[in-house]
Design a protein around this ligand. Structure first.
Ligand SMILES: [Zn+2]
Length: 273
């Protein structure tokens, strides 16, 4: 199902499947007034998405990162000759799609790999800002004219404890601060829609990650087990953590901190703001 929601001059295409609604998740693409689509919806709604694109003036699309709830119908767009902006790293992920784990297939369905040739899309008004952390290929899309930022999965909420293994909390804090420094007045999150007071929200999330990393680091230095750290700092594992067999879990937050410390990252997380 795709619900269209107007936010002044930006239209949200809120995508969900019955299984994603059951899990409480939606994922949105956003269409600007001048026909630029940010992200491409979820694979579960591919027919509806193709029909909607067919009756909408889309002059190009920009993809924030390779996850199937953001890049889900990129092949549909490319096959229709709609120009795409995709980071090289994202394009590589999309042409060689790894089989996603069961819970993600269940929620969003599997996405078709990118096979059609891509017509490059450049809209000078919209800048792709590298915002790694959630994934290494993540970009936010910045419209300086209206001071609007489309943040993909950069924000998601302030105290989001569940993570994929491989997320980088240090890079995430730097990315949050990078976008906060742009002083956006409007922010669109793929899973939360319009977010009020973007600069405070981005800074609050950066602060929360710093504090949580500090607590986890203390636990790791004490020699606590992951389970104990999850219990003490985050109140135990989440339902999603159990349902995804750990693939998307609070324990991964701890693993990501441990990996960062092993790479020599500074547990004090100095501010770049
Ligand atoms: Zn994602």
């Amino acid at each position: 199902m795709i619900e269209t929601i107007a936010h002044d001059d930006v239209t949200e295409w809120r995508c969900s499947s019955w299984s994603s609604r059951l899990a409480g998740y939606t994922a949105s693409a956003f269409l600007t007034a001048d026909g630029v689509l940010i992200d491409s919806g979820i694979p579960a709604v591919s027919d509806e998405f193709a029909a909607l694109v067919g009756r909408t003036k889309v002059r190009g699309a920009m993809i924030t990162h390779h996850h199937e709830d953001h890049a889900g119908n990129s092949e549909t767009l490319a096959a229709r000759g709609i120009p795409l902006w995709i980071a090289d790293a994202t394009k590589q992920y999309l042409t060689a799609i790894e089989r996603v784990r069961a819970y993600r297939r269940y929620t969003w369905h599997s996405m078709a790999p990118l096979r059609s040739s891509v017509i490059p899309f450049a809209a000078p008004r919209y800048a792709a800002i590298a915002t790694p952390g959630h994934t290494d290929d993540h970009h936010a899309i910045w419209d300086a004219e209206s001071r609007t930022v489309f943040t993909g999965d950069l924000f998601l909420g302030i105290g989001v404890m569940i993570a994929h293994h491989g997320e980088d909390p240090w890079a995430m804090v730097a990315s949050l601060e990078r976008v906060a420094r742009l002083s956006p007045v409007r922010m669109f999150d793929a899973h939360r829609g319009a977010v009020r007071d973007p600069v405070s929200a981005l800074r609050a999330k950066a602060r929360w990650i710093r504090d949580t990393v500090a607590q986890i680091t203390e636990g790791l230095h004490r020699g606590d087990s992951d389970r104990t750290i999850v219990q003490r700092t985050m109140g135990g594992e989440s339902m999603t953590g159990w349902a995804s067999a750990g693939e998307y879990s609070r324990r991964n937050f701890v693993r990501n901190v441990r990996d960062g410390l092993a790479r020599g990252a500074d547990p004090a997380m100095p501010s770049t703001a």
